[in-house]
Design a protein around this ligand. Structure first.
Ligand SMILES: Nc1nc2c(ncn2[C@@H]2O[C@H](COP(=O)(O)OP(=O)(O)OP(=O)(O)O)[C@@H](O)[C@H]2O)c(=O)[nH]1
Ligand SMILES: [Mg+2]
Length: 312
């Protein structure tokens, strides 16, 4: 399962425009968002120079970047923000293009909305659990007690993020998720231009830019905020980048590629992409001794090229 980021922003801040730029999905930009509108969902590719270098090295016929799922919900408000409880990180878009834009104030407003949405959520849950606890169920009574202290904590102006203990399961708060703010306009990223460039082939789009794509930078920052690393599989049929959480193992990497590969896992050839590109070929890398064999529990490092030996 790809990790997911949710876009939030005040009305007309450019959420859908940024969504289109990131995913090339071409979602409709409408003048007024309505509550009945469905969220837009798409995939944002993670740009990685090493992937292209590896693909050239093995003359790959297909190159597939790793991707993050992006969700764009129309408007704001507790009900709409509730759609984002399952996402892993939040991308906040701030209007920096309107003549009277105040991006810093908008960020504060948004953060306040997230706080309010979380408080509403805890309060509703408190109401529900207090009914359920009447039956005398001990675990419900314990949860009710926890929710009561949590509400008092929030009402004292604190946040769920600074709650010292463990939060009730399935609470899925918004305010504890990593948040990345993007200013849409001349002072940050021109999302409208990026959305237009997203329709062009990469080389043409690069000609319009005088510096590396700011969008790629956003996705890379998201990758860091999510605690992700990239690993590669370098085949001539397909060379591909994948993501793992920091600290995950070769076995988990294998499972990301295919459950069968994980099931039949024997050993795993590992070399860093930089070493492989530098060597110029697997044979030369083997001669230099930069390639090694690892077992299931090996903790994968960012930039590793993996070749799992497995039997089915
Ligand atoms: N000049 C300028 N206009 C922009 C920019 N980004 C978005 N817009 C315009 O602002 C309007 C709103 O953009 P959307 O992307 O629909 O904004 P949104 O946040 O998704 O809006 P809602 O979903 O309705 O809340 C559209 O007319 C866009 O063309 C920008 O960087 N510069
Ligand atoms: Mg929109």
């Amino acid at each position: 399962m790809a990790l997911e980021v949710g876009i939030v922003g005040l009305p007309n801040s450019g959420k859908t425009t940024l969504f289109n730029a990131l995913t090339r999905a071409g979602a409709e930009i409408t003048a007024y968002a309505s509550v009945t509108e469905k969220p837009n969902v798409g995939m944002a590719a993670i740009a990685d120079d090493r992937l292209q270098q590896l693909a050239e090295l093995v003359s790959a016929r297909k190159v597939t970047p790793a991707a993050i799922r992006v969700v764009d919900v129309p408007g704001t408000g507790p009900q709409l923000l509730g759609n984002l409880r399952q996402v892993d990180a939040i991308l906040a878009v701030l209007d920096g293009f309107s003549p009277d834009a105040t991006p810093a104030d908008d960020l504060e407003t948004l953060q306040l909305e997230l706080l309010v949405a979380d408080r509403d959520h805890v309060e509703r849950r408190h109401e529900r659990v207090s009914k359920e606890a009447k039956s005398g169920d001990a675990s419900k009574r314990a949860e009710l007690e926890l929710l009561t202290t949590l509400l008092a904590h929030l009402d004292a102006g604190r946040t769920l993020a600074d709650w010292p203990g463990e939060l009730p399961g399935e609470l899925d708060p918004l305010t504890t998720k990593p948040l990345l703010a993007v200013e849409n306009g001349p002072g940050g990223i021109d999302c409208k231009l990026e959305a237009e460039l997203a329709d062009l082939p990469d080389e043409e789009a690069a000609e319009f830019r005088d510096r590396p794509s700011a969008l790629d930078e956003v996705v890379r920052r998201l990758k860091d905020a999510l605690g992700l690393i990239a690993f590669f599989t370098a085949g001539d049929k397909e060379t591909r980048a994948w993501t793992l959480r920091q600290g995950q193992t070769a076995l988990e990497a294998a499972a990301t590629v295919h459950t069968d590969i994980a099931r039949g896992f024997i050993r795993c050839e590992v070399i860093s992409a930089d070493d492989l590109v530098e060597a110029g070929s697997h044979a030369e890398a083997a001669r230099r001794g930069t390639q090694r064999l690892e077992g299931k529990t090996y903790v994968v490092a960012d930039g590793d090229v993996l070749n799992v030996r497995f039997n089915v």
